[in-house]
Design a binder for this molecule. Structure first.
Ligand SMILES: C[S@@+](CC[C@H](N)C(=O)[O-])C[C@H]1O[C@@H](n2cnc3c(N)ncnc32)[C@H](O)[C@@H]1O
Length: 164
């Protein structure tokens, strides 16, 4: 699974190149954010999380990225964060349909034309209805905006991507 997430980011890098403004929404302890930093070589990496239920995860993230000038940590609700045009956003917060829809609607206008809105857990576990809600919300959004949804790797825990 880790390898799939890495190869997804490599595919994105190949498409958009280095030196872009990237965002992760839902960071937890920064594991995937570190992958984004190492693989995407962004000019700026903005990490958004509430860190409400896991204070130790916030501390881990702060320690992991301490002193790195291209990293910006924003401790806030995703819906309150307006940072203007970004090239790549990766959404991985709550996975119920209303929460996913809120994130999609909030971040899409902030993605530059030609950029990517992406995320985690598309069609995750058929027996677990909550995760199917990611797929549902992303598909509905794509239809409304007349875009294709691209998914990565044919197992559960799929990465999804919509190009603007
Ligand atoms: C699944 S974890 C993120 C994992 C991380 N993307 C990774 O793969 O390493 C989900 C995170 O989303 C955060 N979160 C949930 N709802 C949020 C919201 N509305 N705004 C900001 N962060 C939120 C939680 O605090 C939690 O740390």
């Amino acid at each position: 699974m880790q390898a799939d997430r890495e190869s997804f980011l490599k595919m994105i890098l190949k498409n958009m190149g280095r030196g872009k403004v990237c965002v992760e929404v839902g960071v937890m302890k920064g594991e995937h954010a570190k992958m984004m930093l190492d693989i995407l070589h962004p000019s700026k990496l903005i990490l958004v999380d509430l860190w409400r239920s896991r204070p130790e995860a916030e501390q881990e993230t702060r320690t992991l990225f301490a002193g790195n000038p291209i990293i910006e940590l924003i401790k806030d609700n995703s819906e309150n964060v307006n940072i203007g045009p970004v090239d790549f956003v990766y959404i991985d917060t709550f996975h119920n349909k209303p929460a996913v829809e809120r994130d999609l609607n909030h971040w899409w206008p902030q993605v530059r034309k030609g950029g990517w809105m992406t995320g985690h857990d598309y069609g995750m576990v058929p027996e677990s209805p909550m995760f199917i809600e990611v797929e549902d919300a992303v598909d509905d959004f794509a239809v409304r905006h007349e875009r294709f949804v691209q998914t990565w790797k044919n197992d559960w825990l799929k990465e999804w991507a919509i190009k603007k």
